[in-house]
Write a protein that binds this ligand. Structure first.
Ligand SMILES: [Zn+2]
Length: 450
């Protein structure tokens, strides 16, 4: 993914030649206690690690020469590890006292925890094997709660009553939802209508900087359904994977997740509030395998239920998406009855990943398990397993992330019945560098950047 990014062809050869030197060079004492200088070292480490792991740097829009230097220095993993240990020590030496609250403390905790995650990723690339839960704790600052098999069986029994026919449930589900596939010729119109709806609802509650924009591309041959590539300057490229059929509700979830109020808005607000307004370099880079991803995916998934709370999603689908997709709006309610139950099977993905990556099930068993417990078609299960191979425990960021975000928002008065408060808390999460573990603290409030 990183390889497909535009590569700067202008290379500062002299700077690159001396780049390796800077890793281990002695730094003046003042730079060891200056948070901006420590933050720059963190960004350079993320860029250096990106040279060993093509998925690691999901976005970067800081100084172009830092990336160019990382590309040409190609610092070995052992040196990255040593420099990261050194940086962790310097960060630790300026840990704010517990009585200090607000953004400086949030900033310090964020960089320190992101760096801890980077060190875990370095050790994995050096061959360290972690169990699924250990890995997700180390990389994402969270462990996904276990969901027992009986939970899925209960939902499957309810689906059995809803889905006509007598064959295996997965086949009945596929047959049922074939009626709701968006014809390829209508996909772009339906997706753009979904984005317009998500964006309009977001703009009623969240102030976005002028000039924020995105483009949409349709791609194939990916392990994901869609992707937001944030380019900086308030711009995103949203890619939608058309390998598998795309159903009516999917365009709403993808538009909210990748665009508004999901990844695009999250990145725009972090750039505005921190990189531009405060010069915090650390937010100009987004390491994919880091705690930042749990908040990003959790809020992106929850975002659809903020933009379209309760019955509004069905109403929007029936009045806008079904007509745009050329589907019969009268069939929308029955589709959503089933979709709501299917959503509960989402936890099956993390359960399958845990068993697969811990070696309890091989690929064939995992595919069967996903077909039986998540009602995935064989093709979708194969796509999911290739996602597990590529991104491993990243999968917890969706379901566990969404639950963590939902619980945090709803425990602070952001229920569906209080839409303004729901948006306010949601914006609080997407507009701050929040750590997953901090959401578990009872009554925790986040410092707001306004
Ligand atoms: Zn996402």
């Amino acid at each position: 993914m990183n390889a497909r990014r535009a590569v700067f062809t202008l290379i500062l050869v002299a700077a690159a030649a001396s780049a390796a030197y800077m890793w281990m060079s002695a730094r003046p004492r003042s730079s060891r206690s200056d948070m901006n200088a420590l933050s720059e070292r963190y960004v350079r480490l993320v860029l250096a690690l990106g040279q060993h792991d093509p998925d690691y740097v999901d976005a970067y829009y800081g100084p172009a020469e830092w990336r160019t230097e990382a590309q040409h220095a190609k610092v070995p993993l052992a040196e990255i590890e040593a420099a990261a240990t050194d940086l962790a020590g310097d960060l630790n030496a300026i840990t704010p006292v517990p009585s200090e609250v607000g953004l400086p403390r949030l900033r310090h905790s964020f960089v320190a925890r992101q760096l801890e995650s980077l060190r875990a990723r370095v050790s994995m690339l050096q061959g360290r094997k972690l169990r699924f839960d250990e890995e997700s704790q180390a990389l994402y600052d969270a462990v996904a709660p276990a969901h027992p098999e009986e939970e899925f069986l209960g939902t499957l029994a309810l689906l059995g009553q809803q889905l006509p026919g007598a064959g295996p449930l997965a086949e009945r589900y596929e047959t049922f939802r074939t009626r709701f596939v968006i014809p390829p010729a209508r996909l772009d119109a339906a997706f753009r209508a979904a984005i317009d709806g998500c964006r309009a609802r977001t703009l009623k509650h969240v102030r976005l900087p002028q000039g924020e924009t995105f483009s949409v591309e349709y791609v194939t041959g990916k392990s994901w359904a869609a992707y937001n590539w944030y380019k900086g300057d308030y711009r995103s490229v949203i890619q939608v994977n058309t390998d598998l059929p795309i159903h009516a509700d999917t365009v709403i979830t993808l538009a909210c997740h990748e665009g508004y109020p999901g990844h695009h808005v999250n990145n725009v607000l972090l750039e505005k509030n921190f990189v531009r307004d405060r010069g915090w370099h650390e937010l100009s880079v987004y390491p994919l395998f880091s705690p930042q991803s749990l908040i990003a995916e959790g809020t992106a998934d929850f975002g659809v239920r903020v933009a379209f709370p309760g019955p509004e999603r069905l109403a929007f689908a029936r009045s806008v998406i079904f007509p745009a997709a050329g589907l019969d709006p009268a069939t929308a309610p029955v589709y959503y009855n089933v979709a709501e139950l299917i959503r509960k099977l989402g936890y099956a993905s993390a359960e399958a990943a845990r068993r697969y990556l811990d070696g309890q099930m091989d690929a064939a068993m995992t595919a069967s398990w996903l077909e039986a417990h998540a009602l995935q078609s064989p093709k979708r299960a194969a796509q999911q397993i290739s996602f597990f191979d590529q991104y491993r425990s990243y999968v917890i960021n969706y379901t566990a992330g969404e639950d963590l975000v939902e619980q945090w928002v709803e425990a602070r008065g952001g229920a569906v019945s209080s839409p303004d408060r729901r948006w306010e808390l949601f914006e609080n999460l997407i507009a701050s560098p929040t750590l997953p573990s901090s959401l578990l603290t009872p009554n925790s409030q986040l410092p707001t950047p306004k």
